[in-house]
Design a protein around this ligand. Structure first.
Ligand code: ADP
Ligand code: MG
Length: 238
């Protein structure tokens, strides 16, 4: 687990300011849901937290360390995307162990990490299968398995369930929450889905126009939205 501290973070693409000063402190073990209209910079913010994109100004610290000062392999952060980006030529076990092999993890450790992750995610029966022989939900579980074997300090989820049908989304939502608890990581989860936001979040962060509009517990935003934007996304009618 790790706290994530985002201070006065700005991001420009060319002359266009996407993020105009984001401040947010995320506690150890917290589950944050990030909401906001398409194009408001949610994915950009996640990529900067993961160290995949430079900030234009400000800083991001994970467990007190500046993200950009850490080598990629030391960042201890896992991202889960909506496109699962699994390796098609590797089976499930191969997909889950790949990042550990890159880190020269001992074989026995890799085997036990994969076993644990597979058990947590109900993937035991599928370890020898290639991704193309899996359902959408199973593929998303493999993507999560690949993330948890590394025992990251933080999980960043970028609309991970948006390709799945409604029933599966509901089931995976419950699994993600449970996973977050069982691996005791800090999570940031981007979604367009109000129900996902309301059920998963310890706190919701509503972004719009390059700034944070409101941060609070789901019911707080629901009952007392700070403005029309938040009300439109999450607030109670009337
Ligand atoms: P969201 O995830 O909230 O939909 P993004 O973070 O993907 O938004 O994008 C925010 C804005 O930044 C968009 O206007 C997008 O076109 C722009 N953008 C994102 N990445 C780049 C890039 N690498 N180069 C130029 N513009 C980008
Ligand atoms: Mg996005």
């Amino acid at each position: 687990m790790a706290s994530i501290d985002i201070q006065a973070v700005r991001k420009n693409f060319g002359n266009f300011p996407v993020l105009r000063g984001i401040d947010l402190t995320i506690q150890d073990g917290e589950f944050i849901v990030l909401v906001g209209p398409s194009g408001c910079g949610k994915s950009t913010l996640l990529r900067m937290i993961a160290g995949l994109e430079e900030v234009s100004d400000g800083e991001i610290r994970i467990a007190g360390k500046r993200v950009n000062s850490l080598a990629p392999k030391d960042r201890d952060i896992a991202m889960v995307f909506q496109s699962y980006a699994l390796y098609p030529h590797m089976n499930v076990a191969g997909n889950m162990s790949y990042s550990l092999k890159l880190r020269k993890t001992p074989k026995e450790k890799i085997a036990s990490a994969v076993r644990d992750a597979a058990a947590k995610l109900g993937l035991d029966p599928f370890l020898e299968r290639r991704p193309k022989a899996l359902s959408g939900g199973q593929r998303q579980r493999v993507a999560m398995g690949r993330a948890i074997v590394r025992q990251p300090k933080a999980f960043l989820f970028d609309e991970p369930l948006s390709n799945l049908d409604a029933r599966l989304r509901e089931q995976m939502r419950a699994e993600i929450k449970q996973l977050h608890r069982s691996v005791s990581a800090t999570s940031i989860y981007v979604t367009h889905d109000q129900i996902e936001a309301m059920t998963l979040a310890d706190r919701i962060v509503a972004m719009h126009g390059g700034v944070v509009q409101q941060v609070g517990a789901p019911l707080e935003l629901y009952d007392r939205p700070a403005n029309l934007f938040v009300a439109g996304f999450i607030g109670s009618p009337g």
